[in-house]
Design a protein around this ligand. Structure first.
Ligand code: NAP
Length: 263
């Protein structure tokens, strides 16, 4: 990025968010690192190229009050952010038939409503300055349904509706939106995925373990941001399901009901 920006990244303590934080810092940007785990955020801050230009603001995406407090802290300190990367989130490993509604609500809060709340908190200052960029980390299951991911897939689908509308309403005022749909990326996401009983799944899925590195994912996201891409897929052959769903839906319907979701 040519001019230095202030970039707020949620889920910056691990995986894709951590890799994004390091990549943005390496370019000399100011980076605000957010998630629940202050110690891990501090570790990431120290490992950034310019730790003195990185700031830790803890928050819990499940807790709207903590999001209000974090937004207040960020806006009081910086006045505005140039970019909000709604990246923090949790996945799911449970069937619709066994999943209690409170798990659906929790995943919708953490993966969808939290991002909406933060977006609404920073949008007014972006509109005032007539510039701002939202980066929404969705998933390829944000564009098709997938077994054992009902709430997760729903939350990611919801992100697309929200951000496409936000872009349509505000593009003329200098607001940009990039929606990112990763396929399998090598992170801890499957370890922390929620089961029907609310506990963590705790298993590194085979496909996850063989996924694209978080660093390569971050590099592809930065490239897309620079080009102001509206939607990108960070995938290998898993992108095929996106195209089957779009162009050969009968094939997608056949495959998705037979798929082994955790391989
Ligand atoms: N890895 C993949 O294959 C893949 C594929 C598609 C989409 N994605 C998406 O990529 C994003 C990043 O995930 P990742 O793969 O990098 O997984 P990850 O390594 O597990 O990172 C998840 C991040 O979200 C944060 N987080 C989780 N719950 C939170 C909460 N309640 N409050 C605040 N922060 C919370 C975690 O931080 P704390 O624990 O410190 O709070 C962590 O920094 C997610 O939105 C995920 O859905 C990942």
């Amino acid at each position: 990025m040519e001019t230095k920006k202030t970039v707020w990244i949620t889920g910056a303590s691990s995986g894709i968010g951590e890799a994004l934080a390091k990549a943005f810092s390496a370019e000399g940007n100011q980076v605000i690192l957010s998630s629940r785990n202050g110690q891990e955020l501090e570790r990431v801050r120290q490992s950034c190229a310019f730790p003195e230009k990185c700031f830790v603001v803890t928050l819990d995406l499940a807790d709207p009050d903590s999001l209000d407090a974090a937004a207040k802290t960020v806006l009081e300190k910086f006045g505005y952010v140039d970019m909000l990367i709604n990246n923090g989130g949790i996945s799911q490993r449970s069937l619709v038939a066994e999943t209690p509604l409170d798990i659906d609500r929790k995943i919708m809060q953490v993966d969808y409503f939290s991002g909406v709340q933060l977006a609404k908190a920073v949008l007014p200052s972006m509109l005032e300055r007539k510039t701002g960029h939202f980066v929404a980390i969705s998933s390829i299951v944000g564009v098709f349904g997938f077994p054992q991911r009902s709430a997760y897939s729903a939350a990611k689908h919801a992100m697309h509706g929200f951000y496409e509308t936000l872009r349509a309403e505000n593009e003329a005022d200098g607001i940009r939106v990039t929606v990112v749909c990763p396929g399998r990326i090598l992170t801890n996401v499957s370890l922390h995925a929620l089961r029907a009983d609310g506990h963590e799944y705790g298993i590194m899925d085979h496909a996850q373990a063989n996924g694209i590195s978080a660093e390569e994912c971050a590099a592809r996201i930065l490239k897309a941001i620079r080009k102001n891409k509206k939607e990108i897929y960070v995938c290998r052959k898993d992108v095929l399901m996106v195209y089957f769903r779009r162009y050969i839906p009968a094939l997608y319907y056949k495959l998705v009901s037979k798929v082994q979701p955790n391989l």
